[in-house]
Design a protein around this ligand. Structure first.
Ligand code: AMP
Ligand code: GLY
Length: 423
């Protein structure tokens, strides 16, 4: 089988690595890919939003299956374009990817189908949003409706901050058209957990749990980022919590999407908050998480192609997902200054230390091959990942491996997995 992966970050490197282990795969292509993916796949310089060019490439190269990594092309309808051309593709159609593409849609769906989430109101007018804030409790959460690189969420402690937030989202359009509408919702407290699931339109099979660290600095301080590190499994996601979520969140979400004529096929990512009143949905994503994928896929025993094919063919009920009884931790090595401004083009050394090691992985995110060698080419540069027999071992191994890599302005959080000590 010939497989094309669309995307070029750490998530796509982890997907490519897992796809490469499949018995049925003979060749892997990735558009646009990165310097790490290039070591296991043929990278093609086509952008993720160039749907027709990607589809032309798939036809010309007789690609058997295309896997879509990022949110933008999914929300933009890449799956529909591929399907119209008779191409096999893994991911939700545009009418289902809206579960990530519009926070207002996701919230209305949860309300209509009684799926537990924070209480909220939707606004398309800044004056009305401000009037609502006048009689709200703080802290409160403001969310731009559309995609905003994971950064369209503002947690506001005071009325003044919240009014400033409404202005920046709806009037100054800080997140562009994503801010034409906004959701204002109740602030929740608790542990966060990410649960990713394979979906075939009807059936949903969840993978092992993970936890992300969204803030840039130690102690969960600093700005929100794409994710600075992850661990899997979450020790707080117990069997009882899982049973509750299966019954009240995952199954009802699948049924709701089907009932709305938006059957969901692909990866559904449920961002959960484990509150005192039980688990509630923070957000849905219509794709694999980044960097959750980097800790979940190295623990998965199944041949990923078999699972993806079952999703597309609507026979996920015949699959049993299996995960190793171990743990994994991913520490993101970033460029100092991320998520604001940072320098690129720094030569990276030490990558070869990961070769031939079964339980250590270096997933590339922002890297590029040049005449000088592999250089930094983004805010998040590498996802250094290690497995271990338990979370403590995995964390120790991952941090040990971060010292193998050097580049100027290397930055990482030193407390990824701090919650492990509180479990
Ligand atoms: P989202 O993009 O919706 O996942 O939001 C980004 C981050 O903001 C989440 O991972 C949470 O840490 C935080 N967040 C979002 N919604 C809420 C909420 N209602 N209460 C507390 N924190 C929230
Ligand atoms: N790690 C969070 C996300 O992928 O959205």
């Amino acid at each position: 089988m010939k497989v094309l992966i669309v995307g070029g970050g750490g998530r796509e490197h982890a997907i490519a690595w897992k796809v490469a282990k499949s018995k049925s795969v003979s060749e892997i292509y990735c558009a646009p890919g990165n310097a790490g993916i290039e070591q296991i796949a043929t990278c093609v310089p086509i952008g993720v939003m160039e749907f027709e060019k990607l589809a032309d490439f798939a036809v010309k190269n007789q690609i058997d299956l295309t896997i879509i990594g990022p949110d933008d092309p999914l929300v933009g309808g890449i799956v529909d374009v591929f399907e119209e051309r008779g191409l096999r593709v893994f991911g939700p159609r545009k009418n289902a990817a809206i579960i990530e593409g519009s926070k207002a849609f996701a919230k209305e769906l949860m309300k209509k189908y009684n799926i537990p989430t924070a209480s909220y109101e939707t606004f398309d007018n800044a004056d009305e949003a401000e009037a609502y804030l006048e009689q709200s409790k703080f802290p409160i959460v403001l969310k731009a409706d559309g995609l905003a690189l994971g950064k369209g969420v503002l947690i506001c402690n005071t009325l003044e901050e919240a009014k400033e937030g409404v202005k920046s989202i709806m009037l100054d359009k800080h997140f562009g058209a994503a801010g034409n509408k906004m959701v204002i919702e109740e602030f929740m407290t608790g542990r966060e957990v990410s649960v990713l699931a394979f979906c075939d339109g009807t059936n949903i099979l969840t993978m092992t749990s993970a936890q992300d660290h969204k803030r840039a600095k130690d102690g969960d301080q600093g700005l929100n980022t794409g994710g600075m590190g992850t661990f899997s499994p979450s020790p707080f996601y117990t069997k009882e919590i899982d049973a509750f979520c299966q019954e009240h969140i995952y199954r009802p979400t699948m049924d709701a999407m089907k009932a709305e004529g938006r059957a969901f096929t692909g990866i559904l990512f449920c961002g959960l908050m484990l509150t005192e009143d039980g688990p509630k949905v923070l957000e849905y994503n219509a794709r694999f998480g980044d960097p959750e994928t980097q800790v979940v896929l190295p623990r998965m025993k199944n041949d990923i192609m078999e699972v993806m094919e079952a999703c597309i063919d609507g026979r996920l009920d015949q699959i049993k997902l299996e995960f190793e009884d171990n743990a994994a931790v991913c520490v993101v090595l970033a460029s100092a200054g991320y998520p604001e401004s940072y320098e690129k083009g720094k030569v990276i050394s030490g990558l070869e230390a990961f070769q031939d090691k079964d339980s250590y992985f270096v997933f590339h995110a922002g890297t590029k091959k040049t005449e000088e060698g592999i250089v930094t080419n983004g805010g998040r540069v590498l996802g250094v990942t290690a497995t271990g027999s338990n979370l403590l071992m995995a964390r120790q191994n991952a941090y040990e491996a971060t010292s193998w890599i050097q580049f100027d302005n290397k930055y990482m959080r030193n407390d990824i997995g701090h919650a492990i000590d509180e479990a």
